[in-house]
Design a protein around this ligand. Structure first.
Ligand SMILES: N[C@@H](CCC(=O)N[C@@H](CS)C(=O)NCC(=O)O)C(=O)O
Length: 201
């Protein structure tokens, strides 16, 4: 399998999940401005949306959208408990988090990353994100992981977007449950390896 990524982008989430599964894969870096891969391929022929992540399977088929990719990968290795079985409430609670992280957190960062966002809009974006991270912190109180007894695909995604929160210097200092959780995630061998491979540590 090939995972198309950009260092530190949302593709870090399926990258961590791939390492958690122990499956074989190759990382391919994409320049999101030129839409060229590190091998000079036209990335738009792989993912016409021009966004990372994309997962190319050994039969050549391509899966896009981070939430779909991590579910696919987790279901290949159910013994890793990255996403519990169909029918288990824990599975749907994990999907609930994936959806929240995608629509409320991930996409909340987009205006802060875009060069054409008016400066006047940015403080409101930051305040909204800080408010939402406070909610996440409240949900992590007394818990090791977002859902159930295991690190799941939702933890990998939250870790990815929380890195942006620190990079953007959001005011997260009082969120002690979130910080304790972040430190737990950061100690996982798969996470350490993914950050190293992306040149982030
Ligand atoms: N809906 C997509 C969004 C992916 C996405 O936002 N990717 C960003 C990097 S974090 C990207 O490729 N941005 C470049 C662009 O949109 O042109 C998903 O959830 O996988």
């Amino acid at each position: 399998m090939k995972l198309y990524t950009k260092a530190g982008a949302c593709s870090l989430s399926p990258h961590i999940v791939l390492r958690e599964t122990g499956l074989d894969f190759t990382l391919v870096n994409v320049d999101l401005k030129s839409h060229k891969t590190e091998k000079g391929e036209d990335y738009l022929t792989i993912n016409a949306k021009g966004q990372v992540p994309a997962l190319q399977l050994n039969d050549g088929s391509v899966l896009t959208e981070g939430q779909a990719i991590v579910q696919y990968l987790a279901d290949l290795k159910p013994d890793r408990h990255l996403l519990e079985a169909v029918g288990s409430m824990t599975r749907y609670q994990t999907l609930e988090w994936l959806s929240y992280i995608s629509s409320e957190l991930h996409k909340g960062f987009t205006p802060l990353f875009r060069a054409d966002t008016p400066e006047a809009m940015k403080p409101q974006c930051r305040t909204q994100l800080e408010h939402k991270f406070r909610y996440v912190d409240s949900q992590l109180q007394g818990k090791s992981w977002l859902v159930g007894q295991h690190f799941t695909v939702a933890d990998a995604y939250l870790f990815t977007v929380l890195r942006w929160g620190h990079a953007m210097k959001l005011n997260l200092a009082a969120l002690t449950s979130l910080e304790a959780w972040r430190q737990r995630v950061a100690q996982r061998p798969a996470v350490i390896a993914a950050l190293q491979a992306e040149g982030l540590s």
